[in-house]
Design a protein around this ligand. Structure first.
Ligand code: NAD
Ligand code: UFG
Length: 364
């Protein structure tokens, strides 16, 4: 498989080395696998704050022979000296930057932790990349930067805002990236705004394994289905949507991972500047529709309890996908039935995630 516009042999060894920060996490691990399968050398750094090394081992397992191109370093991005040491040993072509904390509620309670981790980690990364002349970056942004969108679908030109410290870290990093690129046009930066990633690798060997009580809908639904939780609390059934529950743009994690390969391919071309793309399907699905699809895929009944709206939640959010289709040649291929099928397959094979209960944290 060639990723290079100028022909399959166009990539030098330098161009093949990709640093993946947060690569032990949910989206990073799936992306790392696709990178290996596309012929890249993948260097993962992760502090394992919200992940386990087993995820990297599964990437290696699924990569087969290509696992010889996979390298893992337990490292915190806030440790600049360690980061510099890595850059002094390995010459990277580009960085895909997933590492960050992502729980909205926790960010409200612990703003300094979120700003400290996400902003200082990213500033260190920019600094070290600059110093070692690696100026190509793909960054994990989020649809959260659209705040409460005035209408849908969200296009990349929408005004930006943030409703919580987590969202502000994304907004600030986007702005920092724009400033850095404007000051030095040698930089090429792609900001990817993810909508709602769900599902798992079709093998059932990799998937989402949140620590503690899941914040997001589908990991929670999954834990109800395997008996780890009694019922799903549906946050609000009085929204102005078809069935009163919140509508989101759920995207299969494999499609999302593929979006990163396409973004990387774009970095091999000129005139990227600092570009931003939505990664979603362009379709909205309600909470009840998602639960129904999961019940169909799993054959399990998900008991529901309707409770009040979750503060800060929007009624309806989904993406305009035109720009990514046009400029990245990327389009999501999977629908919600595929997402639920693959997530259930992961759940059946790993009801406790990567690790058995006796090895889990106390709060599980
Ligand atoms: P995740 O928590 O599974 O992965 C993030 C990884 O980063 C974890 O493995 C964590 O241990 C690591 N990490 C955090 N801080 C670090 C640091 N200072 N140094 C080194 N490693 C660190 O989350 P994910 O769902 O895979 O999300 C990846 C990225 O995408 C995040 O930046 C997140 O904000 C963003 N995003 C996620 C979603 C979503 O719903 N999953 C939506 C939009 C954007
Ligand atoms: N929901 C429930 N019960 C739950 C969890 C969620 O009813 O236990 C509902 C929510 O109210 C919402 C929908 O399910 O209507 C989706 O909620 P998620 O928490 O799964 O996703 P959000 O769209 O609220 O937020 C997620 C991430 C954010 C990110 C955003 C856009 O948590 O960090 O997607 O990418 F910014």
């Amino acid at each position: 498989m060639s990723l290079f516009p100028q022909g399959s042999n166009g990539a030098s060894e330098d161009e093949k080395r990709i640093l993946v920060t947060g690569g032990a996490g949910y989206i990073g691990s799936h992306t790392a696998l696709l990178l290996l399968q596309a012929g890249f050398k993948v260097y993962i750094i992760d502090n394992l704050d919200n992940s386990v090394e087993d995820a990297v081992q599964r990437v290696a397992e699924l990569a087969g022979k290509s696992q010889e191109n996979l390298f893992f370093y337990k490292m915190d991005l806030r440790n600049k000296d360690k980061l510099k040491r890595l850059f002094s040993i390995v010459k990277f072509y580009a960085v895909i930057h997933f590492a960050g904390l992502k729980a909205v509620g926790e960010s409200v309670a612990k703003p300094l932790l979120y700003h400290g981790n996400n902003l200082i980690g990213t500033l260190n990364l920019f600094d070290v990349m600059n110093e070692y002349g690696c100026k190509k970056l793909v960054f994990s942004s989020s649809a959260t930067v659209y705040g409460q969108p005035a209408y849908v679908p969200c296009t990349e030109e929408f005004p930006l805002s943030a409703a919580n410290p987590y969202g502000r870290t994304k907004l600030f990093i986007e702005e920092i990236a724009r400033d850095v690129q404007q000051a030095d046009p040698e930089w090429s930066v792609i900001l990817l705004r993810y909508f709602n990633p769900v599902g798992a690798h079709p093998s059932g060997l990799m998937g989402e394994d949140p620590k503690g009580i899941p914040n997001n809908l589908m990991p929670y639904v999954q834990q109800v289905a395997v008996g780890r939780r009694d019922e799903l609390y549906v946050f609000g059934n009085d929204y102005p949507t078809r069935d009163g529950t919140g509508v989101r743009d759920y995207i299969h994690v494999m499609d999302l991972a593929d979006g990163h390969i396409k973004a990387l391919k774009k970095l091999f071309t000129d005139d990227v500047g600092c570009s931003v793309y939505n990664l979603g399907t362009g379709r909205g699905t309600s909470v009840l529709e998602m639960v129904e699809a999961f019940e169909k895929a799993s054959g399990k009944k998900i008991p529901l309890k309707f409770v009040g709206r979750r503060p800060g939640d929007c009624s309806e959010v989904y993406a305009s996908t035109e720009k990514a289709e046009r400029e990245l040649d990327w389009r999501a291929k999977h629908g919600i039935d595929d997402m639920c099928r693959d997530q259930w397959n992961w759940a059946v094979k790993n009801p406790w995630g990567y690790r058995a209960p006796e090895f889990k944290d106390q709060d599980q």
